[in-house]
Design a protein around this ligand. Sequence first.
Ligand SMILES: C[S@@+](CC[C@H](N)C(=O)[O-])C[C@H]1O[C@@H](n2cnc3c(N)ncnc32)[C@H](O)[C@@H]1O
Length: 385
Amino acid sequence: MLTNRGAARARSGHPWIYRSDIADAAGDAGDIVRVTDRGGRFLGHAFYNPKSEITLRIATREDEEIDEAWFRNRIERARAYRESLHIDAGAYRLLHSEADGIPGLVADRYGDYFVLQVGSASVERRLSCVVSTLEDLFSPTGILLRGDLAARKREGLATKVEALSGEVPDSVVVHEGPVRYRAELRGGQKTGGFLDQRENHLAAARYVERYSGARVLDVFSYTGGFALHAARVAETVEAVDASGLALRAARENAELNGLSNIAFTRANAFDVLRERSDAGGRYDAVILDPPAFAKAKRELSGARRAYKEINLRAMKLLAPGGALVTCSCSYHFSRELMEDTLRSAAADAGRTVRVREWRGQALDHPEILTIPETRYLKCAVLECT
Ligand SMILES: C[S@@+](CC[C@H](N)C(=O)[O-])C[C@H]1O[C@@H](n2cnc3c(N)ncnc32)[C@H](O)[C@@H]1O
């Protein structure tokens, strides 16, 4: 039973109910419970975990049983949506947790394999049903559980990485439009790739293509998501990342695509941006795709300073008319805050900055209007005159 505040939240269409908004509850972690308001009116069925601050995750607002058929129906709906997107890539997100109606379950497809991330005890308990449905609908060669999310600790779930079905290699080569890359399924960041940036990788290359003999700086490059696409249409690309493993993979990806115009720099991005701007470097395009500087609200002021610094430096590095593709994957750093930070960076850099477009995450990572947290990735394409 929910408090009035909890009931209002449930009615607003948000599936997360915090511990403090529950008036009365009973059960064990992983149970599926019936949710009502104080008057006993039905609000939905929810995944229950008393160990988690988000104690209830409403999975359905219908009075229906959450069984194997329910999971199958959700997965079929997710598949139909992805089919409608006509994704030209071997890797895409099939299930985006709450945004696909199964709270706490992410499923990414990499060619013949699936990689799952599970952040809910209720899903973990029903994993065999998810696995058999995926097997039945997609006949994958293997399904891997990447149970190494920090969120699992908060749910009281053990950390583990294990094959749930078939054999899963450490890495697999997939394509993204015209580019091929090796995704590290077991050891890479996220499930192996930043699939949410897929459409932005392609868009950035379209901007780079407009400059003849383009010089591009891709900062926070990981395994080359932006750099590989840009290198196909640029004269030179420098990819910068702090991770040696990521850069080794990026180098192999460049070879895989026959690209020899990418230089790889293993360094702290803040140092590289400062050094390049002190040295009067000039680029036609700079790409910034940092990790989430604000993982929680309390980190916002430090994050704002960090975002401002990298964007200010990048703006100074651009040749007249150059493009800045700048991203933030931090939900807490809102679009408004990002815009304000960029405005302040532009003023300090003394550049006039034209907004070409604001982009978001790839469409296979859907946003649900009533769940603001599902809109997290922002990508601004700016032109500095
Ligand atoms: C969001 S990911 C980049 C994804 C990549 N642009 C893509 O599209 O595939 C952020 C990257 O920043 C790197 N990183 C984090 N802190 C860094 C720092 N201070 N300097 C350089 N790289 C850093 C991480 O190793 C990670 O590869």
